[in-house]
Ligand binder design. Structure first.
Ligand code: NAD
Ligand code: MG
Length: 398
């Protein structure tokens, strides 16, 4: 029997790559539900191809229109709308695997709903862990969910862990397993060599053009500031139960090594491959088996020479803000995530300049650094307070 899969954020970059892998294995996977925020036309085409039992869009009018179009095309797919509907689909009794690929804070509640229903959750939505790491991991343990990382670095680290640790890496002691360090690699983004005095002139078009990966706009800007690596630092802290000093960020511009694990005996294990998200997606879908992904095999006679570098704090202040927030605690990372979502959107809308992303993040983090959050309600409340504060700063600046 094929496994029933729910794809949250199906119309995005990760969602489309997930469906590409699923389409290669109709005997193994069947789509139960597809959800998208706004892109009705894309979701319509995906429904025609995968014939899911359910589809969802954020807006009720869009959902009604999609329902009409699908009915006209002879499909029985039921179209639902809104955030509660997403959570219900994520926890649907027939769902076995849930791909969490909504971008940003909007992904938290549906992803958590899948966790609380004990599903196998394929986690691309790193912001969910940044916002609620401790609570999220506790829910995974309490409800017997399985969490598999999709972020290429975390998927690489997971693949380099001993098999016994993979079963419960988020609650095991890395030291006991002989692990000395997690080496989190990142390309350094499109502005690795841009003179710092030219940062003021960086445009959204330049920022979203990543040298190695083809991704959604928000994560592309995050890669340019290296906030993405900062969010991934926090994500790794929760996924692999490690402290701030156990993770080291290494710039590797070629993006062929996707991350590494350094052991106490001197061994370093790395996972390599061409930069294509279908590899981690196929890995997590089939884990612990392996399936084809249609990713171009790595040819060592063609790969560029590997280089490594330390991230420069002046060039990448956002990375250091995230590490600072990670050390400060859950309130700080929740607030920083909210500020960053507002800052990136403002930059994409040309309201602020590129260096102001870090400036806004720094001010908001400073303001909320010692905030404490005890439960989901307090996390969501802090998230909205940090957004209001960020918007107020933006207004003051304009
Ligand atoms: P994207 O912008 O291409 O897609 C985002 C998806 O979320 C779309 O389907 C969109 O419709 C949906 N969405 C957005 N806002 C929503 C809302 N309010 N309610 C419901 N749905 C909403 O983003 P992406 O690049 O696919 O990234 C998705 C997630 O995966 C992000 O958290 C990102 O950090 C992570 N990730 C992406 C990549 C990549 O290569 N793209 C790699 C690693 C991790
Ligand atoms: Mg990544």
């Amino acid at each position: 029997m094929p496994k029933q899969v729910v794809v949250l954020g199906a119309t995005g970059s990760i969602g489309c790559s997930t469906l590409d892998v699923i389409a290669q294995h109709p005997d193994l996977y069947q789509v139960l539900a597809l959800t998208g925020g706004k892109r009705l036309d894309v979701l319509f085409a995906q429904c025609m191809q995968f014939r899911p039992r359910y589809a969802a869009l954020s807006d009720a009018a869009d959902a009604a229109e999609l329902q009409r179009q699908l009915q006209q095309a002879g499909l029985t797919t039921e179209v639902v709308a809104g955030a509660d509907a997403l959570a219900e689909l994520a926890a649907h009794p027939d769902a076995e695997i849930v791909m969490a690929a909504i971008v940003g804070a909007a992904g938290l509640l549906p992803t958590l709903a899948a966790v609380k229903a004990g599903k196998t959750v394929l986690l691309a939505n790193k912001e969910a862990l940044v916002m609620s790491g401790e609570l999220f991991i506790r829910a995974v343990q309490q409800h017997g969910a399985t969490l598999l990382p999709i972020d290429s670095e975390h998927n690489a680290i997971f693949q380099c862990l001993p098999a016994a640790l993979q079963q419960h890496c988020y609650q095991s002691e890395l030291q006991t397993a002989g692990i000395a360090k997690i080496l989190l690699t990142g390309s350094g983004g499109p502005f690795r060599q841009t003179p710092l005095n030219a940062f003021d002139q960086i445009t959204p078009e330049q920022a979203v053009a990543h040298p190695n990966w083809n991704m959604g706009k928000k994560i592309s800007v995050d890669s340019a500031t290296m906030m993405n690596k900062g969010l991934e630092f926090i994500e790794a802290r929760w996924l692999f139960n490690c402290g701030v000093s156990d993770i080291q960020v290494v710039i590797h511009p070629q993006s062929i090594i996707h991350s590494m694990v350094q052991y106490t005996d001197g061994s370093v294990l790395a996972q390599l491959g061409n930069p294509d998200m279908r590899t981690p997606i196929a890995h997590a879908l089939a884990f612990p088996a392996r399936i084809a992904s249609n990713v171009k095999p790595l040819n060592f006679f063609e790969v560029p020479a590997f280089t490594f570098d330390k991230p420069d704090p002046e060039r990448y202040p956002c990375l250091y803000l995230a590490q600072q927030a990670c050390a400060a605690g859950q309130g700080a990372t929740t607030a920083l995530n909210a500020a960053n979502e507002i800052a990136v959107e403002a930059f994409l809308n040309r309201q602020i300049r590129f260096p102001q992303i870090a400036a806004l993040n720094a001010q908001v983090l400073d303001h909320f650094a010692s905030s404490k959050v005890a439960d989901l309600e307090e996390i969501l409340s802090l998230d909205s307070q940090a957004r209001v504060y960020s918007l107020k700063l933006l207004k003051d600046w304009s």
